[in-house]
Design a protein around this ligand. Structure first.
Ligand code: ATP
Ligand code: MG
Length: 583
């Protein structure tokens, strides 16, 4: 069994009794559904037979047919009802399981790309199991029960003609292996790939359309798309040419005229040789056509199963993401001194981004982290709210390893503003009060004022009640300042700020400095800043380069040392001058 099949079996196991009920109800419904058909057949045989007609028998057959019709209605409706009930339950349980697991995976796992894929898994993939759960079982059951019961009945009428009637089905089955020869499989692959290339080049074109237009690359991307389409047409034609004779042969074998022809030729031969009464051919003409139904249903059910299998595979992948381990017995931190000891970390196993960081952040101090882009600053600060756990070494808060502190307690201790700010589709006030849902509006306004965003909020169409995303979209720097207000209102003893270089405008910078100055007190603050004014306010500067600390000390002292910091600062300053941000 493949992983996808195993996960599908495992995820559906709790519902096996439900599926059993669907099948049993459907079997009863399908058998009863044959009664009207068999009644017609039986009537035909009775009325066409020579000799006197047994009226009692005729009435019995008619009533049996009508009762069968009602029983069929009742039971297939019940089966379908249970199937759909199961379907909603399965989908609900999948979504609950996904939500529960997503609540426990490390925050760092949710990159932008992942968030898009996740939306597809939780929405589309979960819904994609619907046909397989609600329809396939009952379709397959009736597709098999009806021909089976017909066959048994036909055998009782005449076994020789029954075997002849089966010839078209056997012919069609003999063609099935031709669909899975290695060369057909190869072409199927080529077909899927060509299809994928079209989708890719279309996405590339649409996603990058603004850049492509602005830089005049439309011609080139158009060409990629055209080549993909031409390729597809060529491969598709080859595929169709190979498949169509097999498909046509199969269709011919299963077509009503062919089936009827076989039955009539066989029947005529048996009747003329005196082996069979003419009236006995009637059931074969009526029921013979239904014998081919399972082949179509299998194909259909197989397609639904493939779709469901792929979807469930992706759901299972998400359910298998390792959760962030929670301590069995959480320990409360004593104070809020942060200590990193020989911390190593890498996003991929073979590439270390942090290579042995030793760092102590004392309460009541501000530590500024500086260094070249890509040096690992953002990575380092993300370890404090446990976006990831270090692969080696330890980080402790108040003398307790972060892994020993419950996540609820950790978020009461640490708040953060990161480069990639995400605001909720909610009012500005709710966004700021995220960690303190029952905050007074005065406190919200106070935090917004400190973060230098109050004036801007008042300019919004509905002030603090403006819904972000719907009513208005904030700029990157404004979003950062809302996030700073949010972190300020949370009043956690530890505050981590990763200011994006791109948004290092005077407003945001001002907000960061004011934050450091006012909230200081006893708090432990770690800040990645880009302006000298901010860095100069810090108690300690730490220079991070290539995943290691290369220099640390008081800012003024470091500048006089003429080491890495002084050098870094000079190049940074000339870059700002060149950009016109500084004179
Ligand atoms: N989510 C991620 N997955 C894989 N690699 C990552 C991820 N985030 C960062 N990296 C890599 O880790 C290294 C350090 O990146 P990081 O973002 O920590 O640098 P930085 O010092 O914050 O840079 P900047 O000043 O530009 O923000 C880079 O090589 C980057 O490509
Ligand atoms: Mg960064």
């Amino acid at each position: 069994m493949s992983t996808a099949e195993k996960s599908m079996a495992g995820l559906l196991r709790p519902y096996r009794w439900g599926f059993a009920a669907v099948v049993i109800l459907q079997v009863i419904g399908a058998v009863a559904g044959l009664a009207p058909l068999l009644a017609v057949v039986e009537l035909g045989r009775t009325l066409l037979s020579p000799g006197p007609i047994d009226h009692g028998h005729v009435w019995f057959v008619v009533i049996a047919g009508v009762v069968g019709l009602f029983v069929r209605l009742l039971f297939t409706a019940a089966s379908s009802g249970v199937g759909h009930f199961l379907d909603t339950h399965v989908q609900l349980s999948f979504r609950r399981a996904l939500a529960a697991r997503l609540g426990r995976v490390p925050i760092g796992w949710f990159s932008r790309r992942r968030t898009g894929e996740l939306a597809k898994v939780v929405g589309e993939d979960v819904s994609a199991v619907h046909p397989f759960i609600a329809h396939t079982p009952s379709e397959l059951v009736s597709a098999f029960v009806v021909p089976l019961v017909s066959l048994i009945y036909l055998f009782t009428v005449d076994w020789r003609l029954t075997l002849i009637t089966l010839i078209p089905v056997v012919l069609a089955m003999a063609l099935v292996p031709l669909f899975t020869t290695p060369s057909v499989t190869r072409e199927q692959h080529a077909f899927d790939e060509a299809m994928g290339r079209i989708a890719d080049s279309a996405i590339e074109f649409v996603q990058g359309i603004s850049v492509i237009k602005a830089f005049g690359g439309a011609e080139r991307t158009h060409r990629t798309f055209r080549t993909a389409v031409d390729d597809f047409v060529r491969i598709f034609l080859r595929f169709v040419l190979r498949m169509s004779p097999i498909a046509a042969g199969m269709q011919l074998a299963l077509s009503p005229p062919f089936v009827l022809l076989v039955v009539l030729i066989g029947g005529a031969a048996l009747i003329t040789s005196g082996a069979m009464a003419p009236a006995d051919v009637v059931p074969f003409l009526l029921l013979g056509l239904g014998l081919t139904a399972p082949l179509a249903a299998i194909g259909h059910g197989f397609d639904d199963m493939q779709v469901a299998r792929r979807a469930v595979g992706r759901i299972a992948d998400v359910l298998e993401v390792a959760p962030l381990p929670e301590p069995a017995h959480p320990v409360a931190p004593q104070g809020h001194r942060v200590e990193l000891r020989d911390v190593r970390f890498g996003y991929e196993a073979d590439h270390e981004v942090l290579r042995g960081i030793d760092l102590i952040l004392e309460p009541g101090t501000v530590t500024a982290l500086v260094g070249p882009s890509g040096g690992g600053k953002s990575t380092l600060v993300q370890l404090l709210p446990r976006f990831f756990d270090p692969t080696h070494g330890s980080i402790s808060l108040g003398g307790v390893d972060l892994r020993e502190i419950g996540s609820d307690e950790l978020y009461r201790q640490v708040s953060f503003v990161f480069q990639d700010v995400r605001l909720l589709r909610a009012s500005v006030a709710d966004n700021i009060a995220l960690a303190v849902p029952n905050a007074e509006i005065d406190d919200v306004v106070h935090a917004a004022t400190l973060a230098n965003i109050h004036e801007r909020i008042l300019e919004l169409p509905r002030g603090y009640d403006t819904v972000l995303g719907d009513d208005v979209k904030l700029s990157g720097g404004e979003a950062q300042r809302v996030a700073i207000a949010r972190a300020l209102l949370a009043r956690t003893p530890v505050l981590v700020l990763d200011e994006a270089t791109a948004f290092a405008d005077p407003h945001t910078e001002h907000a960061v400095r004011r934050t450091m100055a006012t909230v200081g007190g006893d708090r432990t603050i770690l800040v990645i800043a880009h302006r000298m004014e901010t860095i100069a306010d810090a108690d300690t500067v730490v220079v991070l380069e290539n995943g290691a600390i290369v220099e640390r000390g008081k800012p003024a002292e470091l500048l006089t040392h003429d080491g890495r910091f002084a050098e870094f600062w000079r190049s940074h300053r000339s870059a700002l001058v060149a950009e016109g941000k500084l004179s």
